[in-house]
Ligand binder design. Structure first.
Ligand SMILES: Cc1ncc(C[n+]2csc(CCOP(=O)(O)OP(=O)(O)O)c2C)c(N)n1
Ligand SMILES: [Mg+2]
Length: 785
């Protein structure tokens, strides 16, 4: 442990002794139950597939004291917490003791219907505020949740009397290796973050090994440079008392200089090993021998492992002593596996106690055989007392954690821009700018955000009128200095755009937080995030994480595909249509025309709010194309939402259909006109959502009722389908399976390059000629069969 001087909070404990005693008993019980939940899952349940069930007894033990203090004493109903993934058994043991979880679900840990391996909003119910699992994301999300809390509170959108909560993350120390953590810290600093606590479980172990000493010498500095207060909980009360004894100062210096790996090894070895090392290194120092000989091996071990993060009093003092709003990092020194036989062993991450070790542990915990699941067995305090205490725990004073937020009415249709030649991206900008003139409540709840591509994704007009969010009003300096610019970037608490630096992980974590504003803060928002389509991949894990939590938002991505043309290969998206199909809880669309887009935007704002709805992803283009002159009927609108319609309907029994999605519409139309002379009766199918058609087909497979089955029904049984997409051809090729028809799929599979659209479409075989060739070949193949 090379950490320099400790920084213990100044306030003294206000906790009555009795309260501390009850909390200590609960701490014991939580350690027992979390270990037992994992043991039961691995050793006492039938194992049908031979897979290790797993669970992390050591990671769990590491945070028992911290979570006991937080849940049973510190947290208030308005606080929100992300618990590090591997402490799921600890979190649920606590919920069980609070009467908020069923025993059966504990017994089914990591099996179907049981509590999840990692805390999950989706699967564990609404006591889990923020899911965790992919390390780094849950912690970072607390930063954005706090920003959203400010956003809704400054507008008075939260329920009356609901105070500001603290956004708390209990974080594994190795999580701080994840780059997204630092992206989030920096963004938080820019936004003058407050009301965030990170409780860092500083056990100096990751999965593989012991964390480097050098790395963690920097940790305080990193947080401080981001404007955080750092509170280090290094020593427990017993160690602090020992430091006051003769020789105590030398002992403290020894601990401070001890490398992480040696400290861990001695923790594993126990009292004899501590004594041997201390005598060897400090034997001649006055006072050390009496200090050591006053303690037997067990007592010496207990003393040397009395780190701050395992000392309830120290932990509670630190938490209760932190009352100011500035973001705070608690660096809590802990021991991975504390209180268990493999404490400190470098390989303990996935370690499980053996049956023999468990039996010994059970005896030491005073839990009689058959009483393993009893909440109060083996404790030194009468059950009624504990029950009375638990019934008053502040965290549990509200029956549910999720807040409700009424649905906002969305107009049936949003006006579509009049221009005859327009790209879907420009169309998006125009429609949003139009909404700025609306007085309707929904227009006040739209929040846009973008990672430094606000202007280039067409949000400029919206931002000019609705302003940028900031807790403090700030003038637009360029405007004040009369520098001519199309952008007006005044900032104020009333602004409806949150500007982010270039970090797509942050974008998705902010969308996750905005999209959960209803359940987290009781205020419904309609978040819209814009980014470049290829960079969805940069933040893909965070996007999936947002969807997994059922956060609701609209993602608008441009430019997409080869169609960005001169911008070239590095900005070309190829697989995003497949991501759109593959990502659960994200419905994706790729409209070709702006009237389709207007329909889809209205739909998305509704769908985001429906109980069975989801987030929506629009893959748009920067290519201006001729817009159709047509009246939007409700039938076309419905078809656009359902995923597709015949732009040119086929004749009954037609032997050919061209099927396309997105910006390639002009090429497909031209090819269609040319082909029609030879294949009269062919159809041209506009697909607005391959994702929606695919889902509908999969869920209704075989019954002939899905939208795609209805669409393809007029075609001859052996008709030929030619599909065209500026994206991976696989996205549309499954159409052939719907009725067993031959498909020729055109699309992009190789990296692009700079060029104009005619050159690029020709080179990548999605131009008119390629479509005609593919059609001719496919028809020839059919004729030869
Ligand atoms: C993004 C991601 N990469 C890898 C993993 C696999 N993994 C799970 S836990 C872990 C180490 C965690 O160490 P730490 O955060 O210190 O937790 P501890 O168990 O020590 O409390 C790793 C690498 C993961 N869950 N998420
Ligand atoms: Mg660790």
């Amino acid at each position: 442990m090379t950490q320099a001087a400790q920084d213990l909070p100044q306030t003294s404990s206000t906790l009555p002794e009795e309260r501390l005693r009850l909390l200590a008993e609960l701490e014991r019980k939580v350690l027992w139950l979390s270990s037992w939940i994992i043991h039961n899952a691995n050793h006492l349940r039938e194992n049908r597939d031979g897979l290790k069930v797993g669970g992390h007894q050591a990671s769990s033990a590491s945070v028992v004291t911290l979570l006991t203090a937080l849940f049973f004493d510190v947290l208030r109903p308005q606080d929100r917490i992300a618990v590090k993934p591997h402490a799921s058994p600890v979190l649920h043991a606590i919920r069980y003791l609070l009467g908020r979880e069923k025993l059966e679900r504990l017994m089914r840990f990591r099996s179907l219907g049981g509590i999840q391996a990692y805390p999950s909003r989706l699967r564990d119910g609404d006591d889990v505020d923020i899911s965790t699992g992919s390390v780094g994301l849950g912690a970072a999300m607390t930063i954005f949740a706090s920003l959203v809390q400010d956003f809704v509170r400054l507008r008075n959108l939260t329920p009356e009397n609901l105070g500001a909560g603290r956004m708390v993350a209990v974080v594994g120390d190795a999580e701080l290796d994840e780059g997204n953590i630092f992206e989030a810290l920096l963004e938080g600093w820019k936004h003058d973050l407050r009301n965030v606590w990170w409780v860092i479980d500083y056990n100096r172990q990751s999965l593989d090994s012991i964390v480097s000493d050098r790395l963690f010498a920097r940790i305080d500095a990193v947080f401080q440079s981001m404007g955080w207060r750092v509170t280090t909980l290094k020593y427990g009360k017993r160690l602090q008392a020992a430091f006051a004894e003769p020789g105590g100062e030398a002992l403290k210096d020894w601990i401070d200089a001890c490398p992480n790996s040696l400290y861990s090894a001695l923790t594993y070895k126990g009292g004899g090993a501590w004594r041997e090392h201390l005598i060897r290194d400090l034997g001649t120092v006055s006072g050390i021998k009496p200090l050591l000989s006053a303690r037997d091996d067990d007592a010496l071990h207990a003393l040397m492992t009395n780190l701050g993060g395992h000392d309830l009093e120290t932990v509670l003092e630190a938490f209760h002593g932190t009352t100011q709003e500035e973001p705070t990092a608690f660096i809590a020194y802990t021991i991975k596996g504390f209180g268990l036989p493999f404490a400190g062993h470098k390989d303990n991450h996935a370690g499980l106690m053996t049956a023999e070790q468990m039996a010994k542990f059970q005896t030491s915990m005073g839990v009689a055989s058959g009483e393993e699941w009893q909440p109060f067995a083996g404790l030194a305090v009468p059950e009624e007392k504990l029950r009375a205490f638990l019934s008053q725990v502040p965290f549990a004073q509200e029956p549910g954690r999720s807040r409700s937020a009424p649905t906002l009415a969305i107009p049936d249709a949003l006006p579509r821009p009049a221009e005859r030649r327009l790209s879907t991206q420009e169309g998006f900008g125009r429609i949003l700018t139009d909404i700025t003139r609306s007085e309707e409540p929904f227009a006040q709840r739209i929040v846009t955000t973008s990672p430094d591509v606000t202007v280039s994704t067409s949000l400029g007009g919206w931002v000019n009128r609705r302003g940028i969010f900031d807790r403090r009003a700030r003038a637009d300096v360029f405007r004040e200095e009369k520098v001519v610019s199309a952008q007006r970037w005044a900032m104020s608490p009333g602004g409806q755009h949150i500007e982010l630096g270039i970090a797509e992980n942050n974008l998705f974590l902010l969308l996750a937080s905005l999209g959960l504003s209803g359940p987290l803060f009781g205020a419904r928002l309609l978040p819209i995030g814009t980014l470049y389509d290829p960079f969805i991949q940069r933040g893909l894990d965070a996007l999936s994480y947002a969807c997994y939590q059922d956060a609701r938002f609209l993602l608008v991505a441009t430019p997409s595909g080869l169609t960005l043309a001169p911008e070239g290969g590095q900005h070309q998206s190829i697989v995003t249509p497949l991501i759109g199909i593959g990502q659960p809880a994200l419905l994706s669309y790729e409209p070709a025309y702006v009237d389709e887009l207007a329909t889809l935007l209205a739909f998305a704002l509704r769908h985001m709010q429906e109980p069975d709805g989801s987030s929506v992803y629009l893959r748009l283009s920067t290519r201006p194309i001729q817009q159709p002159e047509r009246a939007m009927t409700s039938a076309i609108r419905q078809a656009i939402v359902e995923g597709g319609y015949w732009l040119r309907p086929p004749r009954e029994g037609a032997e050919l259909a061209l099927i396309y999605s997105g910006a390639v519409a002009p090429e497909v139309l031209a090819a269609f006109e040319a082909i029609q002379e030879d294949v009269p009766g062919a159809g041209l199918l506009a697909v607005t959502s391959v994702d929606r058609l695919h889902r509908g087909w999969r869920s209704g497979e075989g019954r002939g009722q899905s939208a795609v089955e209805r669409l393809l029904a007029p075609l001859a049984k052996d008709a030929v389908l030619v599909t065209v997409l500026d994206g991976h051809p696989l996205a549309l090729s499954w159409f052939g399976s719907v009725r067993g028809q031959r498909v020729h799929a055109l699309g992009t599979e190789a990296f692009g390059q700079s060029g104009d659209i005619p050159d690029l479409y020709r080179a990548y075989r999605i131009d008119v000629e390629a479509i005609i060739d593919a059609t001719a070949n496919a028809l020839l193949g059919r004729a030869l069969e």
